[in-house]
Design a protein around this ligand. Structure first.
Ligand code: COA
Ligand code: NAP
Length: 284
């Protein structure tokens, strides 16, 4: 359901949102929703071309103001530059969404040292780099941070050690910053999506062979949608959440309540050096 049917159109009027990963998938949805409710947005990711296309489409959809700046969250100097450009254009940042992430299925036995590090660098260090770069402006605006986490690490998810470790780190960072920055009136919360349909994350991680059987093990009997995450975003970014900080809002239809994981052990687990995502039916 569109956020427009639930929240007031001007609930984020005059707010400026800075969104990493805002050119695609879930974070593009979060961006577009915030714009629909009155915010201006800055979107960043590595590909300027992808960002420009997304910004143009969102302008057409919403008539909103969007600045697209390429920056790799692993590189503090690029993120600092993007934040400075955002300030030049809009003069402030009220809402930071840390959504940039990387992922792939890989057993630790065959995952390279650099492969593990890459995901930690994008997800966890990227969140730290961007949040630190935005801090002076969030302090001025008494703003808020929304980190995009996951539910993978609540129990265990095979072939997802890298992302599980990164998202667990993000959850810890969120709580710490909520406590440290509370006296500045900065709220820091996370949204932990479950399986979200029509996203890159789903395409990469959920074997198509298993996709059909997944919904039955989700208590609410469906996958999530990007608009489910948009609704949580508007709530957390708005004054409706003005006394909520350090929390993780799990938007997963109850999936994390269930004990059985969705990924089966493939034959190749006996010989992980022979691991192939094809055996899981995953198209990469
Ligand atoms: N399986 C195992 N290892 C992999 C891998 C895979 N499918 N894909 C990448 N790696 C490893 C590489 O082998 C490399 O390590 P090595 O040098 O020791 O071989 C390391 O990860 C870095 O790969 P590289 O392609 O240089 O990284 P990148 O910075 O260009 O890309 C990724 C980052 C790999 C995370 C890429 O998937 C990406 O850009 N993802 C963004 C989109 C996405 O993942 N969305 C889903 C979000 S949930
Ligand atoms: P997505 O569209 O691939 O989003 C990831 C974004 O991160 C892309 O826009 C990508 O753009 C950007 N990015 C990647 N590496 C970057 C880097 N080094 N610096 C800056 N930007 C970078 O995937 P999605 O599925 O919508 O996922 C969005 C978020 O939701 C992620 O945090 C993910 O972990 C989380 N999540 C998703 C699901 C799901 O079911 N899809 C479930 C739980 C959690 P560029 O390629 O242009 O850099």
């Amino acid at each position: 359901m569109s956020t427009s049917k639930i929240f007031r159109d001007d609930v984020l009027k005059n707010k400026v949102a800075f969104v990493t990963g805002g050119g695609s998938g879930i974070c593009r949805g979060m961006t577009e929703a915030m714009i629909r409710h009155g915010a201006k947005a800055v979107i960043t990711s590595r590909s300027q071309e992808r960002l420009d296309k997304a910004a143009e489409e969102m302008r057409k959809q919403t008539g909103g103001e969007i600045l697209a700046i390429a920056a790799d969250v692993r590189k503090p100097e690029e993120i600092i530059n993007a934040v400075e450009k955002a300030i030049e254009r809009f003069g402030k940042i009220d809402i930071l969404v840390n959504g940039a992430a990387g992922n792939f299925l890989a057993p630790v036995e065959t995952l390279s040292y650099r492969g593990f590090r890459t995901v930690i660098e994008i997800d966890l260090l990227g969140t730290y780099n961007t949040t630190k770069a935005c801090f002076p402006y969030l302090k001025k605006s008494r703003g808020c941070v929304i980190n995009v986490s996951a539910i993978l690490h609540y129990q265990s998810t095979i072939y997802q050690s890298h992302v599980s470790a990164a998202k667990a780190g993000i959850d810890a960072l969120s709580r710490n910053l909520a406590a440290e920055w509370g006296p500045h009136s900065i709220r820091v919360n996370s949204i932990a999506p479950g399986i979200i349909a029509e996203t890159e994350g789903l395409a990469k991680l959920l074997p198509s062979a298993a996709a059909g059987s997944v919904t039955g093990s989700i208590p609410l009997q469906r996958m999530g949608t990007i608009s489910d995450i948009e609704q949580a975003t508007i709530f957390l970014a708005s004054d409706a959440a003005s006394f909520i900080t350090g929390q993780i809002i799990v938007v997963d239809g109850g999936e994390s309540l269930m004990r059985v994981g969705v990924l089966p052990y493939p034959e190749s687990v006996i010989d992980p050096t022979n691991f192939s995502t094809k055996k899981l039916g995953v198209k990469l």
